[in-house]
Design a protein around this ligand. Structure first.
Ligand code: PLP
Length: 384
């Protein structure tokens, strides 16, 4: 029976435990496995190489992303690091002009030193991607909507452009999750996640995932996952599986709340600009509607000059000032000094990450309470 996503979230992958009938996947807290004789294993040898709890999560995320092979890592960046290790000195990547600050730091300060370089492109314009694809480029790396300006990139168009030139398309799908967007079905080759965010959903684990369809690519990634060793622990694998069970109901509420807040902000008179692809006024609105099942729950905005953004962060009572996103609780951050501080100031300015920019991860609290908190914090931060 082929299940729809709401059922797959709960019964996909390895549904419970064959041996005991337990309805949840057990935490196999073991480093190694008994071998009956030389070369006689029961399929498990050593938990870096493979662990049943991790394998259950890997199978689950592969099914959710409509891929074939899933990989779980100790963080989103460990997943990204492993995927970037597919490349070698002399290779170049074309990357979106706004991506997660930690991804940029890894490329700029680690892989750059190893001779793997990058070129920043406004990937929301597919013709600019195509223009950048010379021989040395091996892959296009995007987020959509991108962090923190929520710019939407046409994933199918990016895949076509990449494939016309024999390059890979890598998509970080953290902001939407497979519940709202399935990049592999749109033509991407590799999907990445920080499962720390919506998939885990409760701000209680650091974890990362990768999914591919292609067998040869999967074999290379599996080799790198084991060789590099940044694997997800059995306990954290359990937490992510548990989080995924409620992903659908959480995302529905996240997205509904975000729509309420973005709509309110836009007409409030308090802001200069709201970035949210669920708003009809947003340049990404039509494309977002076409390629995803919702606009997600990340909103960025700039307050009107009458208000002091530093003060605003202090005045919030319900919304928490913290790094991260995608948990049940609403979080707010200041990209220029927090999530995107690793991006040099000139690049930050050029791509539009201003000092005034505020990024909100809308949780699943009561939308009215959230609006009331944001309203009172803005009022309290009026200058002079
Ligand atoms: C948080 C995040 C990452 C990094 O994931 P960690 O789990 O923190 O290592 C990568 N991409 C995006 C879009 C993120 O939000």
């Amino acid at each position: 029976m082929s299940l729809r996503i709401d059922s797959l979230l709960i019964h996909g992958g390895t549904d419970g435990d064959e041996t005991t009938g337990a309805v949840t996947v057990p935490i196999y807290q073991t480093s190694t496995y008994r071998q009956n004789g030389l070369g006689e294993t029961r399929g498990w040898e050593y938990s870096r190489t493979g662990n049943p709890t991790r394998a259950a999560l890997e199978k689950l995320i592969a099914e959710l992303e409509q891929g074939e092979y899933g990989f779980a890592f100790a963080s989103g960046l460990a997943a990204i690091n492993t995927v970037l290790s597919l490349f070698k000195a002399g290779d170049r990547l074309v990357i979106s002009d706004n991506i997660y600050g930690g991804t940029f730091r890894l490329l700029n300060n680690v892989f750059n030193n190893l001779g793997i370089t990058y070129e920043i492109v406004d990937t929301s314009d597919a013709s600019l991607i195509e223009k950048a694809l010379d021989d040395s480029v091996k892959a296009v790396y995007i987020e959509s909507p991108a962090n923190p300006l929520l710019t939407v990139t046409d994933i199918a168009a990016a895949a076509e452009a990449a494939h016309r030139h024999g390059k890979l398309l890598i998509v970080d799908n953290t902001f939407l999750t497979p519940y709202l967007q399935r990049p592999l079905a749109l033509g991407a080759d590799i999907v990445l996640h920080s499962a720390t965010k919506y998939l885990g959903g409760h701000s209680d684990t650091i974890s990362g995932l990768a999914v591919v369809k292609d067998r040869e690519l999967a074999e290379r990634l599996y080799y790198l996952q084991n060789a590099i060793g940044g694997v997800l622990s059995p306990f954290d694998s359990f937490l992510v599986i548990r989080g995924i069970k409620t992903l659908g109901v959480r995302m529905d509420r996240h997205v509904w709340n975000a729509g309420q807040i973005a709509g309110w902000l836009e007409q409030s008179g308090y802001v200069k600009k709201v970035y949210y692809p669920g708003l009809e006024s947003d340049p990404g609105y039509e494309l977002q509607k076409k390629q995803a099942d919702g606009a997600g729950a990340m909103i960025s905005f700039e307050l009107d000059d009458k208000y002091d953004y530093r003060r605003f962060f202090k005045e919030l009572k319900l919304v928490t000032l913290a790094e991260s996103l995608g948990g049940v609780e609403s979080l707010v951050c200041h990209p220029a000094t927090m999530t995107h501080a690793a991006i040099p100031e000139d690049i930050r300015r050029r791509v539009g990450i201003t000092d005034e920019l505020i990024r909100l991860s809308v949780g699943i609290e009561d939308a009215g309470d959230l609006i009331e908190d944001i309203r009172q914090a803005i009022e309290a931060s009026a200058k002079g």
